[in-house]
Design a protein around this ligand. Structure first.
Ligand code: FAD
Length: 384
């Protein structure tokens, strides 16, 4: 992008799952947007992503589900359950967008409100200023857009997660089952992507070394993961040992407290947030990505309904309708993401090995409020 000043209608900050899905949802409604992504290429940290029925409903609305279904095995379950390659998901979303929608290598360093027009103004790392009518912050956990709208930053959780892909030239021995092995505070989940590719994730207590540069070193990730698996079935230990080093990630877990989600504003003027920027949560129910796709569908639906009415409006009338659309979106999403974050928060309490009290509270909360622990997958975000 050239250095200078420019004006845009809708700017989406962040070209991850949520940013791309939001741009696509808007595009399907005939609304143009510009995605700014700080990385030089689409970034798919974490290799695999479990997609549950609610996520597939959103992908159906975005029109990309049929293509994605061809890339991964269906896992027998109550509803549609598959593990997608993250990169496949991101490139499918990006390819469905008009050319030049996504601007790579564009890091937003600040956002302010124009004192005259009260429109948001974004500053990029190279000094470029972009004045936008609407800004949608899909910039993940450490979102500068959610800081601008006044949301508390996510908190660090006491566990971390390693994830990887293991390729089996002659097919893996796991069939089409999703299995979780659990022992001594370590949980290892393992499921097929295809007949030859298995995805696994491992959660364990966080150490200070996990927060250092070691977390980017595949040798370190593999070594500590294998050490954590003492006593686990040999087949799964071998799977971790044989992981492709380029497909190995270690992440500390962060979450936004459910009470922050219940009361935060999520919108300031014509700036709003979606995806992890709104509902950062620990991955215990594998819903952050699915919920981000739902956000995209609901936000585009709310915006397109109101913007249709704005055709004959002046600047102020249009702004008012935009704010109303964003408030409708926040209202529709708040309780959905509150319950998701509460469920993951309670599961997190049950994993606390320092406090028996917290574990009891977590178990009691889950029994009382989440008798059906899978009901979050029944959610339908509705038509785009
Ligand atoms: C260990 C783990 C396992 C998970 N497993 C699952 C799962 O199985 N199923 C599931 O549904 N969810 C899962 N999740 C959650 C899921 O990964 C996230 O909810 C999802 O990736 C959120 O997408 P996003 O687009 O909001 O954020 P991100 O994927 O973080 O994308 C944000 C994008 O914004 C860009 N960006 C950030 N700041 C700026 C800036 N200033 N300027 C420009 N660009 C910027 C980043 O480079 C990035 O590309 C898991 C999460 C973790 C940590």
């Amino acid at each position: 992008m050239n250095i200078g000043e420019e004006e845009q209608d809708i700017v989406i900050v962040g070209g991850g799952i949520c940013g791309l899905a939001t741009a696509l949802a808007l595009h399907r409604k005939g609304i143009r947007s510009m995605v700014l992504e700080r990385s030089e290429s689409l970034r798919a940290a974490g290799v695999g992503i479990i997609m549950q029925p609610n996520g597939w409903r959103a992908l159906d609305q975005l029109g990309v589900a049929p293509k994605l279904r061809q890339t991964c095995t269906e896992i027998p379950s109550k509803g549609e359950l598959r593990c997608l390659k993250r990169m496949e998901l991101m490139s499918t979303l990006a390819e469905a967008l008009p050319a030049e929608s996504v601007h790579l290598g564009c890091r937003v360093v600040s956002i302010v409100t124009d004192p005259v027009t009260s429109d948001p103004v974004l500053q990029l790392h190279n000094g470029t200023l972009i004045k936008a009518k609407i800004v949608i912050g899909c910039d993940g956990m450490n979102s500068i857009i959610s800081k601008f709208v006044g949301v508390n930053p996510p908190k660090l959780f006491s566990r971390c997660a390693a994830r990887g892909f293991t390729y089996y030239e002659h097919g893996h021995p796991f069939g089409d089952k999703f299995r979780v092995h659990d022992a001594c505070g370590v949980a290892l989940g393992q499921l097929p992507v295809t007949d030859k590719l298995a995805y696994w994730f491992l959660t364990r207590s966080l150490t200070s070394q996990d927060l250092s540069d070691s977390k980017k070193d595949p040798t370190y990730i593999k070594q500590v993961s294998v050490e954590a698996l003492k006593g686990f079935p040999e087949k799964v230990v071998e799977m971790v040992k044989n992981t492709d080093p380029k497909a190995l990630y270690l992440t500390e877990l962060r979450y936004r407290a459910p009470w922050d989600i219940a009361r935060a504003k999520f919108r300031k003027g014509t700036v709003v947030v979606a995806g992890d920027a709104l509902h950062a949560m620990c991955p215990f129910i594998s819903q952050g990505g699915g919920a981000s796709l739902e956000d995209a569908v609901v936000l585009a639906r709310c915006l397109s309904e109101k913007l249709k009415q704005a055709d004959n409006e002046s600047g102020d009338g249009r702004k008012k309708l935009t704010e109303e659309a964003m408030d409708l979106y926040v209202k529709e999403r708040r309780m959905r993401v509150f319950w998701l974050s509460l469920q993951t928060y309670l599961i997190g309490l049950t994993l606390d090995n320092m406090s028996k009290m917290k574990r009891v509270l977590g178990i009691a909360g889950l029994i009382l409020m989440f008798g059906n622990q899978k009901s979050h997958t029944d959610y339908d975000c509705g038509r785009l």
